[in-house]
Design a protein around this ligand. Structure first.
Ligand SMILES: NC(=O)c1ccc[n+]([C@@H]2O[C@H](COP(=O)([O-])OP(=O)(O)OC[C@H]3O[C@@H](n4cnc5c(N)ncnc54)[C@H](O)[C@@H]3O)[C@@H](O)[C@H]2O)c1
Length: 256
């Protein structure tokens, strides 16, 4: 059966783990050739092995999305391998506990933690878009999906820089969608709720888990593959009239 991404080349950042890995696998299942990028090179290679083992086609790329030269090299790597790029899932990101900001209120965040959060979760998305968009425009169009979060739509206690970055991702997404709407280049965001990845490990293991589940109408965490389904669709031609959207995939959390 033909896949909905047949013939397309896709880049996934943060493809070594969690949501990125599940999406890279789903894209390959739908027929895309996938460039799996992650600054954890071994994790990216593991994702590629899973894809190739299942009969798909993928390559791994390493690089930090906050570093201009490494982002350029990443895109050069996609073009060298596949000659084009049709879809990009700008998904690499970090949580507060990865910048030593666990449990900190807005005034307690250190400047260093705040800067690193914005650098990875907001600037990293922009830097990837900056280098993806010219390639897509030159090729006559494409589809970009950025990973935002329910934190791009709501305020959350002790997550202010994360929330600010994710609101910023939605702003970037909408602005770019407007700018390139007549260039056959669609730009959307996905807003996951609480998903079972290593990022939410500390939450799932803490007493906070009950409060999270109580706030989630479906009363469960989401699976990475449930985000992947939305991203695959947004990247496909089936979503041809969708641009500038921020899709909640959150078990009903933002609706409640
Ligand atoms: N897990 C959730 O509940 C949840 C909810 C909403 C949004 N998100 C977002 O989803 C995205 C993926 O998160 P996940 O839960 O799969 O986490 P994860 O930790 O499993 O995966 C994130 C990946 O990004 C990579 N990465 C981090 N910083 C990078 C950088 N500077 N350059 C290159 N790669 C980098 C990591 O190596 C890792 O492989 C993130 O943007 C996160 O903010 C996650």
């Amino acid at each position: 059966m033909p896949g909905i991404l047949d013939g397309k080349v896709a880049l996934v950042t943060g493809g070594g783990n969690g949501i990125g890995r599940a999406t890279a696998l789903a894209m390959a299942r739908e027929g895309a050739r996938v460039a799996v990028a992650d600054f954890e090179a071994d994790s990216a290679r593991e994702t590629v092995a899973l894809i190739n083992g299942a009969g798909g086609q993928a390559i791994s790329l390493s690089g930090d999305v906050t570093n201009t030269a490494q982002v350029k090299a990443m895109l050069d790597g996609v073009i060298a391998a596949y000659g084009k790029i049709n879809c990009a899932f700008n998904n690499a990101g970090i949580a507060g506990h990865q910048v030593d900001a666990t449990g900190q209120l807005t005034h307690e965040w250190s400047e260093k933690s705040f800067d690193r959060m914005i650098e990875v979760n907001l600037k990293g998305v922009w830097l990837c878009m900056k280098h993806e968009i010219p390639l897509m425009l030159a090729a006559g169009g494409g589809a970009i999906v950025n990973t935002a979060s329910i934190a791009g739509l709501l305020g959350l206690r002790t997550s202010s820089a994360y929330v600010a970055a994710k609101h910023g991702v939605i702003g970037l997404t909408k602005s770019a969608a407007v700018e390139y709407a007549q260039d056959n280049l669609r730009v959307n965001a996905v807003c996951p709720g609480y998903i079972v990845t290593r990022m939410t490990g500390p939450t799932r293991e803490s007493p906070r888990v009950d409060a999270v589940l109580a706030r989630t109408p479906m009363r469960r965490f989401g699976e990475p593959g449930e985000i992947a389904e939305t991203v695959v669709w947004l990247c496909s031609d089936r979503a041809s009239y969708v641009t500038g959207a921020a899709y909640e995939v959150d078990g009903g959390m933002t609706a409640s």
